[in-house]
Structures are given as structure tokens and as C-alpha cells.
Design a protein around this ligand. Structure first.
Ligand SMILES: NC(=O)c1ccc[n+]([C@@H]2O[C@H](COP(=O)([O-])OP(=O)(O)OC[C@H]3O[C@@H](n4cnc5c(N)ncnc54)[C@H](OP(=O)(O)O)[C@@H]3O)[C@@H](O)[C@H]2O)c1
Length: 286
């Protein structure tokens, strides 16, 4: 399954309890849109996990069988994404030997993701962030080369990066043998919702995944302009932000753990922002 722009994506992490993950699947599978997922249509459910995440995909089939509401989920209906994270971004649950060379760490981390997800192939594998704030260090290149090898072996269909600046993205794209397909960044309204990185992605055929659209933008979300747009469409401010993100071409990640919010976050495909509204939101704080 590919992951084109124009999708709302739910994201599981280790911190999500099994009960929450089960609720997520139940909520989705009982919705009409869940059919679209199984048909591979544009309303998609994405199961994500970090390198240290547990396997939502492994929870899902048993839960579905119990609910007996929907046919078992097929692997090809799920988009699985995981990441390699350098030591400084990890806690004690390291999925690799920190004394090993970076390339071996990537291999070990990737193997751990495959095991947790119960799969032999991951759809997208991301470098969680560069090892330093500016530029790319030898460790970043070693990690990327190891990821390229994993891609070339057929175990990761697509590669991507996260928390990259425009400069770092340019450097990587210039010298990568396998260019990143995804850029997953925190989306700050104050930076025009990461406009420069998004523009680079659009110009170079990369797909931008936006995260923390709500949590990174509390001030912008409190602006009267957003409340007015939300009122005009009979939606919540969160829905307007997600709709805006879809309309400017992002894959939208939401970190909700609440079934009501999940429904709300998915209900953004049946309205459009009026001409000018998206532009005003884009210029809100940038
Ligand atoms: N690559 C990275 O370095 C990185 C870093 C951070 C996050 N991420 C990933 O991106 C995902 C999204 O990031 P995030 O969690 O910061 O995103 P977010 O969606 O901006 O924030 C989630 C928060 O917004 C609330 N929320 C969601 N939908 C809502 C709604 N309709 N109305 C009101 N509140 C709503 C959630 O509360 P409820 O749970 O109560 O709904 C939660 O507190 C995360 O799950 C994470 O895995 C990646």
C-alpha cells in the first residue's frame, strides 16, 4: 500500500495501552470508512510504531475475530512505518547494542521492528532525526547507507527522515543513493506550518507527514480567525487544522488516544475550506 498525501493517519506508540489500541481498531473497523481501508481507497488507517513500539497489527486480528464484525485485516491493507533512533533519542529500551557500529545498530533496530510488528517487510522506514542540529555527520550517513541497504534487500519499501531541517534534507537528497520518500516533521504554525520544507517536498516529489499539528500550535489554535472558520463550517478548530493540512498536501498524523477525537479527526473529508481560508490559516503566524 502506498501513502499519498491527503490522508489522516493514526499513530500508535509503545505508550498506547493494549486496550487503547484495541479501541482504535474497533472504532475504525465499525466505521464505513474502514471498508475504504480494506479496498485500499484514500481513507486509510495507518498502523505506525516506533522502533521500540509493540505490534498493533498483532493485536488487531485476534480482536477482530472476537468482535466478529469485520473480516480479518490483511497485511496489504496496513501501512507499517517504523524508525531508527540514535541513542540520544532513546530511553532504556534500546532495541540495539549501543556499542555496535551505527550500521549494525540500524540492522538490529530494524530486526526488532519486524519482530514486534510480526512482519517481514515494512512499508516505510524513517531516520528519526539526524545526530546533530546542523548538517549531517558521518553517523547520519552511516545510518542512511544502512537504511539504503535494507531498502535494496526489499525489507523496507520506502525510506524517509524525520525532524530534518531544509538544509539537512537538501544535503541528504544530493548524495543519497536512495532518496527519502517521506519527511515527517513537527509542523509549527509559526514557521508557516513548516512551509519551506513542505515546498521542497512538493518540488522534489517527497511526501510530507505533519505531526504535532495541534500540540505544537496552541497559540495559533486560539486565534479568533480559526474559531470563525470552524463556526462557519460547523466543525471544531482541530478539524479545521487537519482539513487545512490535507488541503496543503500533507499526510496528517494525529496522536489522539480518544475514540471521540478519532471519529472527529476522520470526519474531515466531507467539507472544503473556502477560497482564501487556507491561505489565511497558512499565514496565521508565519
Ligand atoms: N517523528 C517524531 O519525532 C515525532 C515526535 C512527536 C510525535 N510524533 C508522532 O506524531 C503523532 C502526532 O503527534 P502529537 O501527538 O504531538 O499530535 P497532535 O495530534 O497534535 O496532539 C495530540 C493531542 O491532541 C489531542 N487531540 C487529538 N485530536 C483532537 C481533537 N479532535 N480534539 C481535541 N484534541 C485532540 C490529543 O488528545 P486525546 O488523546 O485526548 O485525543 C492529544 O493530547 C504522535 O502520536 C507521535 O507518535 C513523531
Amino acid at each position: 500500500m502506498v501513502l499519498p498525501p491527503g490522508m489522516v493517519v493514526f499513530w500508535f506508540e509503545f505508550r498506547s495501552s493494549q486496550a487503547v489500541v484495541q479501541e482504535i481498531f474497533r472504532t475504525l473497523l465499525l466505521r464505513p470508512q474502514a471498508r475504504a481501508l480494506r479496498l485500499g481507497d484514500r481513507l486509510l488507517w495507518l498502523a505506525c510504531c516506533t522502533s521500540r513500539g509493540r505490534a498493533p497489527a498483532a493485536v488487531c486480528p485476534a480482536e477482530q475475530r472476537k468482535a466478529n464484525e469485520a473480516p480479518p485485516q490483511r497485511r496489504e491493507d496496513l501501512f507499517l512505518q517504523s524508525k531508527f533512533t540514535f541513542g540520544q533519542g532513546q530511553d532504556h529500551r534500546l532495541p540495539y547494542d549501543p556499542e555496535a557500529p551505527v550500521a549494525a545498530q540500524v540492522e538490529q533496530s530494524f530486526a526488532s521492528s519486524l519482530e514486534h510488528l510480526g512482519t517481514g517487510v515494512i512499508d516505510s522506514y524513517l531516520l528519526h532525526g539526524p545526530s546533530q542540529r546542523a548538517g549531517l555527520a558521518p553517523a547520519d550517513w552511516e545510518a542512511w547507507r544502512a537504511m539504503e541497504a535494507i531498502h535494496q534487500s526489499g525489507r523496507a519499501r520506502l525510506l524517509g527522515v524525520s525532524n530534518f531541517t531544509l538544509e539537512q534534507l537538501r544535503l541528504l537528497c544530493e548524495k543519497a543513493r536512495v532518496r527519502p520518500h517521506f519527511v515527517q516533521n513537527r509542523c509549527h504554525a509559526a514557521l508557516g506550518w513548516d512551509r519551506r520544507v513542505r515546498e521542497f517536498c512538493a518540488a522534489n516529489g517527497l511526501v510530507y507527514q505533519g505531526f504535532s499539528l495541534l500540540t505544537a500550535n496552541r497559540e495559533a489554535l486560539a486565534r479568533p480567525e480559526l474559531a470563525r472558520v470552524a463556526r462557519r463550517h460547523g466543525r471544531t478548530v482541530a478539524q479545521v487544522v487537519f482539513r487545512f493540512a490535507l488541503e496543503v498536501g500533507m499526510v496528517v498524523l494525529t496522536g489522539t488516544t480518544d475514540a471521540g477525537h478519532m471519529r472527529e479527526d476522520l470526519d474531515v473529508f466531507d467539507f472544503r475550506l473556502d477560497p482564501g481560508e487556507a491561505e489565511r490559516i497558512e499565514a496565521l503566524a508565519g
